[in-house]
Write a protein that binds this ligand. Structure first.
Ligand SMILES: *Cc1c(COP(=O)(O)O)cnc(C)c1O
Length: 438
């Protein structure tokens, strides 16, 4: 690949290669394009999650009050809005936090797609064995004959941490044998927690891509093993996409309008792309040109930004432009974007931006001080987005948004945090307090 030439044809690539923060607007937004999924696929995933709700309520009693539906709150954060305005620039409209950081069962956005994919596999195994029909009350899946059935099958996944947690927890609960292939940068407490649940954790000195490749290899040699493919999985993608319909219902319930004169802006941290891509895809189906989606990434691993800017999908990796891919932002330490998702996002994404690791901690501390909400550093990557967008008069004019911004709603998608041990969270917080900018 001729990287020098790429830097000339796409100047932001040069800045990215120097670990600089960038903000990029997608020139291909809204162009016509065939996408292989429809709302019917999302409805199917939503129905499946509803069938499993009685099982989830039974297996994870913390979800019983919500009837076994794994969902998070949408919280307005006016004090954080004020802090961001002081430090990063004014934000027009209202600011909300979507608290997937506190999703039940595994405390990250992976509790959507990751759990969905394993449930779908379990349903197929049980139905193929003639032990389950769609009309059954799925809480029967907690019974010993199902544990026994599932123990003859295995699940494997490669992960930087949070996906491994979700897949490990739900698979072990159902009774599957489960192996999580972890990259070495994954946090120790995540490995310890998984091992305590009977999950086999294999560590790799190399990065996430290597962990995924090993998982894929193990699964290929075993017909009873289901491999959760974070780089290509349609099931993961659709599990995440259900979030859009749920958010739509929350917005309606709270009388937050999204229409031609009330634009919605959604900012989501991106790793390989499945989680933010699924959410974005669902939201675009629901709200079309009235929703504007931005992805946020760390300066050391901006794989989706690089993929979008160059149009090279998964044919380019951050190492190709000399970046080391090392970041404190768990879940975002990914060198190469998903081919499936980068293709879908080409005409749906409004833009991307990047943030330095050191910028994450003051944002984390600010959210804790102003709103008493604690989330993990990677979840804060999106926070600079609303100020960047509100400052971008050229783009707002071009989109016809200038006189609509006082009616705008901005949603920062908090993607993880609840499972972080208190001591660890406190050290993140102190690190943020010792920095000035918030
Ligand atoms: C996984 C993850 C993301 C991004 O999801 P991808 O599907 O990898 O793009 C963002 N934040 C956190 C905390 C995550 O664990």
């Amino acid at each position: 690949m001729d990287i020098k030439k790429l830097m000339v044809t796409h100047p932001p690539v040069g800045e990215m290669a120097a670990y600089k923060e960038i903000y990029w607007i997608n020139p291909n937004l809204g162009k016509a394009k065939e996408v292989s999924f429809t709302m019917a696929d999302i409805d199917d995933a939503e129905d499946r999650l509803a069938r499993f709700a009685p099982y989830i309520a039974c297996a994870f009693p913390e979800t019983a009050p919500e009837g076994g539906i794994i969902e998070s709150t949408l919280t307005e954060i006016p004090h954080m809005k004020a802090a961001l305005a002081e430090n990063r620039g004014e934000i027009d409209g209202r600011l909300f936090l979507k608290c997937d950081s506190h999703l039940p069962v595994s405390g990250s956005i992976k509790a959507r797609g990751g759990i969905y994919e394993v449930l779908k596999f379990a349903e197929k195994v049980a139905m193929d064995a003639g032990m389950l029909t769609e009309q059954d009350d799925y809480s029967i899946l907690t019974q010993p004959e199902f544990l026994n059935l599932f123990s003859q099958y295995s699940v494997a996944v490669g992960s930087t941490g949070n996906l491994g947690l979700s897949i490990g927890i739900i698979s072990a609960k159902l009774g599957f044998q489960v192996t999580v292939h972890m990259s070495s940068d994954a946090r120790q407490w995540k490995k310890d927690l998984l091992r305590s649940k009977g999950v086999t954790v294999i560590e790799y000195p190399d990065d996430y891509q290597k962990a995924v490749a090993e998982g894929r290899k193990e699964a290929a040699s075993n017909p009873r093993c289901h491999f959760v493919d974070d780089e290509n999985s349609a099931d993961l993608f659709l599990g995440y996409a259900v979030a859009a319909k749920r958010l739509g219902a929350q917005l309606a319930k709270n009388q937050i309008i999204v229409d031609d004169s009330h634009p919605l802006f959604v900012y989501i941290p991106c790793g390989v792309g499945g989680a933010p891509g699924g959410v974005a895809f669902g939201l675009k189906l629901l709200y079309g040109h009235n929703v504007h989606i931005f992805f946020a990434e760390p300066t050391h691993a901006p794989c989706m930004t690089l993929s979008m800017i160059t149009g090279l999908r998964n044919k380019i990796a951050v190492s190709d432009i000399g970046l080391d891919g090392k970041t404190d932002a768990d879940g975002l330490a990914v060198g190469r974007a998903s081919g499936l998702v980068s293709g879908i996002m080409e005409t749906l994404l409004s833009g991307c931006y990047t943030i330095q690791d050191e910028g994450l901690y003051p944002l984390l501390a600010s959210l804790a001080d102003r709103e008493n909400i604690y989330i993990e550093p990677s979840s804060c990557a999106s926070f600079i987005g609303p100020s960047l967008v509100c400052r971008d008069e050229n783009w707002l004019k071009q989109q016809g948004l200038m006189n609509k911004m006082q009616h705008a709603s901005h949603i920062l998608w908090a993607t993880g945090g609840k499972m972080v041990p208190e001591k660890e969270m406190h050290s993140y917080y102190l690190r943020g307090k010792n920095k000035k900018r918030g």
